[in-house]
Design a protein around this ligand. Structure first.
Ligand code: NAP
Length: 272
């Protein structure tokens, strides 16, 4: 199903927009007529995403950077402002994940996820702010249900994404008077993504996981893109500071579903 939105003449910048859910969001905005910019670490992935978005008619721009490095984020956003002007829609979605019980996780591994997801989001939001269209910009942080549903083997992601959602709420307060809206999308399990390849690596784990979703299926990257377009559209101009689960109802089932979804993976680690 294709949702119908018109973002012609708008500039969208998706951090982490070179694969998976975030590239899906970038594609949705490009299909809706926007000019789309992306950033991530791999130059090859950036080049491939830019070429694909250009092929869709977008005036695409790309930046190879690590969101953990504030100087790189600040410089890319300044260069982007020179090249393309102000940003109408900013999506901050760069993230890392690996399943591990807290007792088996090194502090370095925990810190890496917090640094990318939370500190990286702060860098992106902090240095994008001068270049956001005011009034009118829509900022979307890509969170996860782990922000509000405790999940085994996800202590790092739970902590980092809970922080991301509090950044959403705090900046909605601080930036509201300038006419900038800030929201989070919390995608549930999304098919054909790196995140789900890591959390549900076998068919039997996928089958168990699927049963924990009230709608009985994984979502699609387009379904997350549609939510991002809705939140950035005129239909959502009074929505700010919200955390929107787009998860087939998964988070309603809560921690029990999360534990069930992860049982087999935790057992295979010898600790579940
Ligand atoms: P993905 O394809 O691995 O996407 C992550 C993106 O972030 C990639 O473009 C990656 O590109 C970039 N990235 C990673 N580390 C970075 C860094 N330090 N600096 C800059 N860019 C970096 O994974 P995904 O599963 O689609 O997840 C996308 C987002 O959705 C994440 O925020 C994730 O937490 C969230 N999410 C996913 C699911 C799911 O079902 N998959 C569920 C809930 C939430 P490079 O490798 O080139 O850096």
């Amino acid at each position: 199903m294709t949702a119908s939105f018109d973002f012609s003449g708008k500039r969208v910048f998706v951090f982490g927009g070179t694969s998976g859910i975030n590239l899906g969001i970038a594609r949705c905005f490009a299909r809706a007529g926007a000019d789309v910019s992306v950033a991530s670490r791999s130059q090859d992935k950036v080049d491939a995403a830019v070429a694909e978005l250009e092929g869709m008619g977008s005036k695409a721009l790309g930046y190879a950077l690590d969101v953990r490095h504030e100087d790189a984020v600040e410089a890319a956003l300044a260069a982007h402002a020179e090249a393309a002007g102000n940003i109408d829609v900013l999506v901050s979605g760069a993230a890392g994940n690996f399943p591990a019980l807290a007792n088996d996780m090194s502090p370095h591994g925990f810190k890496a996820v917090v640094d990318i997801d939370l500190l990286g989001s702060f860098h992106v939001l902090r240095y994008a702010y001068p270049h956001l269209k005011k009034p009118g910009a829509s900022v979307i942080n890509i969170s996860a249900p782990q922000a509000f549903v405790a999940m085994p083997m996800q202590s790092h992601v739970c902590a980092a994404k809970a922080g991301v959602d509090m950044l959403t709420r705090t900046l909605a307060l601080e930036w509201g008077a300038a006419g900038v809206r800030v929201n989070s999308i919390a995608p549930g399990p999304i098919a054909d993504t790196e995140g789900m390849r890591r959390l549900a690596p076998t068919e039997s784990i996928q089958a168990r996981y699927t049963k924990t979703v009230p709608l009985q299926r994984f979502g699609t990257v387009d379904e997350i893109g549609h939510a991002a377009m809705f939140l950035s559209s005129d239909a959502a101009v009074y929505i700010s500071g919200a955390v929107l689960p787009v998860d087939g109802g998964w988070s309603v089932a809560g921690a029990g579903a999360a534990a069930l979804a992860m049982t087999e993976l935790a057992q295979s680690s010898g600790r579940g």
